[in-house]
Ligand binder design. Structure first.
Ligand SMILES: Cc1cc2nc3c(=O)[nH]c(=O)nc-3n(C[C@H](O)[C@H](O)[C@H](O)COP(=O)(O)O)c2cc1C
Length: 168
């Protein structure tokens, strides 16, 4: 299996490289995969979430034999996130995984920053309105939404690594 990924601000790349190192698999950016990854080779595709869609997944499915897919987003992992992801990103005969990456507002253009800003507006306002009654966790969440941060962690890869070992 080869790991093919797309990443705009680096979080998906971090996960792809970590996973490749741990499982001793070749890792290749989608933009460079043509010619390097054979059409018959099994691919695990990883891409950042943009408005619920796994960026690059359609191109990957057209070009390669995609056996598994992983979306990397900014929200915490949950069954609900996974269900929404599976509905919006149908990939034939391949399971879908989710990993929490991060948010890097300074690395994206103003339009994208605004789009995310609009999507998180109600959450930010609710947290702001709590003022001094915010828990330390909520303080962290508000800071993350406003200034960004990373939740990339090796432990998060466990489910995917278990699935990968079952494929051999
Ligand atoms: C325009 C835009 C839309 C996004 N939409 C979502 C989304 O629907 N769900 C989510 O969890 N994260 C969303 N994000 C956050 C990114 O998916 C997140 O920052 C991810 O870790 C980026 O990965 P990358 O660094 O590999 O590009 C969005 C970010 C941008 C810029």
């Amino acid at each position: 299996m080869v790991i093919v990924y797309r990443s705009n601000t680096g979080f998906t790349r971090e996960y792809a490289e970590m996973l490749g190192k741990a499982e001793k698999l070749k890792v290749c950016p989608l933009a460079e995969a043509q010619g390097k990854v054979g059409p018959g080779e099994s691919v695990f595709f990883m891409g950042p979430l943009m408005a619920g869609h796994i960026s690059g997944v359609d191109q990957a499915v057209k070009q390669f034999a995609v056996k598994g897919v992983c979306g990397v987003g900014m929200s915490p992992a949950s069954q609900q996130v996974l269900d929404t992801l599976a509905k919006a990103n149908y990939v034939p005969d391949a399971p879908i995984f989710y990993l929490q990456g991060g948010w890097a507002p300074k690395k994206v253009g103003w339009l994208k920053r605004r789009m995310v800003g609009m999507a998180t507006k109600s959450m930010r306002e609710a947290l702001r309105d709590k003022g001094g009654r915010r828990t330390p966790e909520e303080d962290k969440q508000l800071d993350f939404l406003l200034h960004g941060g990373s939740f990339v962690a090796f432990e998060n890869l466990e489910t995917i690594r278990t699935w990968m070992r079952e494929q051999q």
